[in-house]
Design a protein around this ligand. Structure first.
Ligand SMILES: [Ca+2]
Ligand SMILES: [Ca+2]
Ligand SMILES: [Ca+2]
Ligand SMILES: [Ca+2]
Length: 406
């Protein structure tokens, strides 16, 4: 698996080099009379560098280009999708690909390379050179973790939101399934951890950016989500972080934590087990806005209670706050700096198959690892079962050009 992933990374580097070259021509002095011949909704190309002469146009994928093969010189993309110009036929991602953003108004045209042999139209830039969703592999755990596993097959799952606002369910075997067609970009928080509705299936909680409302999307037990139910009626945009945590209150029902932006207070919102939240309780009096990541990671220290992992922004340290009945205990340092190089943190339970909860991250551009560098490396930090983490393992290189994972 790793070999093929690394090979793909090398391919991407080539791809991106060509992409930026392909865009160098954009914005050159337009010859409006001819470029404007391209109809709305079409991608058009010409063999000349000023859009004169015979015009090629299409609004559908073209696996081969016939007499137009290797002739595109100036191009404009008046479709609402990304146009991928592949150097090879059949939309091959192995050769170079240059990408033209959707531009329905036809205001930006530019030069191509006379190397284009197929054209495809996709919803996200990423799909010009990678599958819509990344590969996710998880080992089968010896027992259910109670969270991180939407379809209850003992393998930890990930939900991925792409830049087009679609939601993908990654079941842990490298495959993915579309579970949300559109609209998910309207949410500015997406979290999950255990069952909030009371049916034993893991659910998703989302905050709607425009209204500050909190919505519960009940899990169907398959990776799909049911119709949303209102869980919090406005005001949630006052929270800088919202974490689906697991049970902290001690009643075996999943709870939520939230950091209040204005005060830095940490609040516990006990889940009722019927899709609602009870009266909140203060569990951290100040300073929580200084944390740049909060993860409901499950039971990291082996005492049977869910714990919280937090990254301190100023130091890049990782702290474990052990869950007690209705409160958090004294914190323990589990990562000694360097964690600011991480982009996302995922608490998914046991992904390595040893029965102990692990921590999964993706990286920022500053990351330099053994087999992957830059943005979008995926790392697994196996939990030791006593709160500590083992050394990272680089598990994938294609977790980038997306819009969040949880
Ligand atoms: Ca549920
Ligand atoms: Ca509870
Ligand atoms: Ca614990
Ligand atoms: Ca594990």
């Amino acid at each position: 698996m790793r070999v093929s992933l690394l090979r793909r990374l090398a391919t991407m580097a080539t791809t991106l080099g060509l992409t930026s070259l392909g865009l160098l021509g954009a914005g050159a002095a337009p010859a409006q009379a001819a470029i404007s011949d391209c109809p709305s909704g079409y991608f058009c190309a010409w063999k000349t560098d000023n859009g004169t002469g015979t015009m090629f146009k299409t609004n559908a994928n073209k696996a081969t280009l016939g007499t137009w093969d290797n002739t595109f010189q100036s191009v404009v993309n008046r479709t609402s999708k990304f146009a991928c110009l592949h150097e090879d036929t059949n939309y091959s991602r192995n050769g170079g690909v240059s990408i033209w953003d959707p531009d329905p108004a036809g205001t930006e045209w530019g030069y191509s390379h006379r190397t284009v042999s197929s054209v495809s139209f996709v919803a996200t830039e990423r799909e010009c050179f990678l599958p819509a969703y990344p590969e996710w592999y998880a080992a089968t755990a010896p027992q259910a973790a109670g969270f991180g596993d939407l379809n209850a097959d003992l393998r930890a799952d990930v939900l991925v939101r792409d830049k087009a606002g679609r939601l993908w369910f990654l079941r842990g075997d490298g495959t993915g399934q579309l579970v949300g067609n559109s609209g998910w970009n309207a949410m500015n928080v997406l979290v999950r951890h255990g069952d909030f509705s009371g049916d034993g299936r893991e659910d998703v909680i989302a905050r709607e950016a425009s209204t500050g409302k909190l919505w519960l999307y009940p899990g169907a037990g398959t990776g799909s989500l049911g119709a949303p139910k209102l869980m919090g009626n406005g005001g949630w945009n006052a929270m800088s972080r919202i974490v689906a945590y697991g049970d902290l209150s001690g009643d075996s029902r999943s709870d939520m934590l939230a950091v209040e932006k204005a005060t830095g207070k940490l609040w516990l919102y006990p889940g009722t087990g019927a899709g609602a939240l009870g009266a909140r309780k203060l569990i951290g009096s100040s300073g929580w806005t200084g944390m740049s990541a909060l993860v409901g990671a499950g039971d990291m220290n082996g005492d049977g209670r869910a714990d919280l992992i937090a990254r301190k922004a100023s130091t890049g340290e990782l702290w474990l706050y052990p869950g007690k009945a209705g409160a958090l205990g004294s914190r323990v340092l589990i990562g000694n700096g360097g964690w600011n190089g991480m982009d996302s943190f995922l608490g998914l339970g046991d992904v390595t198959g040893d029965g102990r909860a692990d921590l999964v991250t993706t990286t920022k551009s500053s990351y330099v690892g053994e087999g992957c560098r830059g943005v979008g490396c995926q790392l697994v930090y196996p939990g030791r079962g006593n709160g500590a983490l083992d050394s990272r393992e680089e598990t994938a290189t294609d977790w980038w050009n997306l819009n969040g994972f949880f």
